[in-house]
Design a protein around this ligand. Sequence first.
Ligand code: PEP
Ligand code: MN
Length: 260
Amino acid sequence: LVSRKRKTENTIIDVNGAKFGNGEPHYIFGPCAVESYDQVAQVAEQIKNKGLKIIRGGAFKPRTSPYDFQGLGFDGLKILKEIADEYGLAVVSEIVNPSDVEKAAEYLDVIQIGARNMQNFELLKAAGEVNKPIVLKRGMSATVSDFINAAEYIHSRGNGEIILCERGIRTYETSTRNTLDITAVPILKQETHLPVIVDVTHSTGRRDLLIPAAKAALAIGADGVMAEVHPDPAVALSDAQQQMDFDQFDQFYSEVVNKK
Ligand code: PEP
Ligand code: MN
């Protein structure tokens, strides 16, 4: 169902007026995790002021250590929804439990399936039965073929609104958090009709690489970019080393999003 052989024209997914797959880049910015109302509101204001349409933020955080901040859960989704309504933004947030998908759809405009759950087949099936677009992230050890099959799981249950997100894979290289598999973008575009975006934050894990990685993603044909922004990254409850502060966000905006 997701194959380009089956449908030659691009699937276009409209998220609050940002039409992923229409040939222009679209952006998903926001904090790694929802930490408080005030934290999300500050980021929303920056996004809104730039004329952007979408905010992200994790409420269910799949952390490597059980002792790290796990997210605010549904309270976090409520914060996102309230702020998004106030600022006219669409919300993207990760859901980890198949039984939460339906309830979460009341708060979210787009449901994210994270790298660690790319082959959680029950979650993929649940995502296939909900009437919301899905951002499906590539598993850190998934081949392109595994990734396409995961998308097929969602589509096979009826939901064809899927945005694929390359977010880096595990390799022997340690200079970045993951290795951004940049050629996955044109391969996914050739093999499927779905929009493809690149998460420059989790792929690189390095703030100094966000702008060049985003430029590379767009140059190679990505339909958009995801990146994390936090009012004060140094005190962030997750991913403190890689989120942009507001000055860096301004710079990213002027060098990548709105180049003069
Ligand atoms: C995220 O986007 O918040 C996230 C946890 O990313 P990933 O699933 O790609 O690690
Ligand atoms: Mn993060």
